[in-house]
Design a protein around this ligand. Structure first.
Ligand code: AMP
Length: 121
């Protein structure tokens, strides 16, 4: 799938629409999810045009992959979640339920998060 430069997270990266920023460095931007599903629900996105984790792990340079993964840990620590724990989730493609076609990792925390997946319908 080709990258759509008009997706909502691309617009956030370009500063065209606002976000509630949590963290930013050369590799990543983190901001609060607009519809939080836990007391802490932050999205971490790489600085680069990558549709999904599948795209990112094939196409991104090693330095960006390393910087992005480090940023995940930095954001969690900055939010004070390293003691209590947290969950990372990267919905990927159709079966993963990915809605926004720019790689994003959900960071959930602030309560016991329960079972890993909801029961199948
Ligand atoms: P996914 O289903 O993994 O693609 O999740 C997309 C997430 O992006 C959802 O949790 C939405 O609530 C969130 N979202 C969509 N638009 C925005 C926005 N403008 N700012 C922050 N979060 C957003």
């Amino acid at each position: 799938m080709a990258y759509d430069p008009d997706n909502v997270f691309a617009k956030i990266l370009r500063g065209e629409i606002p976000c509630k920023k949590v963290y930013e460095d050369d590799f990543a931007l983190a901001f609060h999810d607009i519809a939080p599903q836990a007391p802490v629900h932050v999205l971490v996105i790489p600085k680069g045009a990558y549709v999904s984790l599948d795209d990112f792990t094939q196409e991104a340079p090693d330095a960006l992959i390393a910087g992005f993964v480090r940023a995940l840990g930095k954001v969690a620590r900055q939010l004070g979640l390293d003691d209590t724990g947290y969950r990372l989730l990267a919905n990927t493609g159709r079966d993963g339920g990915q809605e926004v076609p720019h790689l994003h990792v959900h960071l959930f925390g602030g309560r016991m998060l329960g079972r890993m997946l909801a029961k199948a319908d």
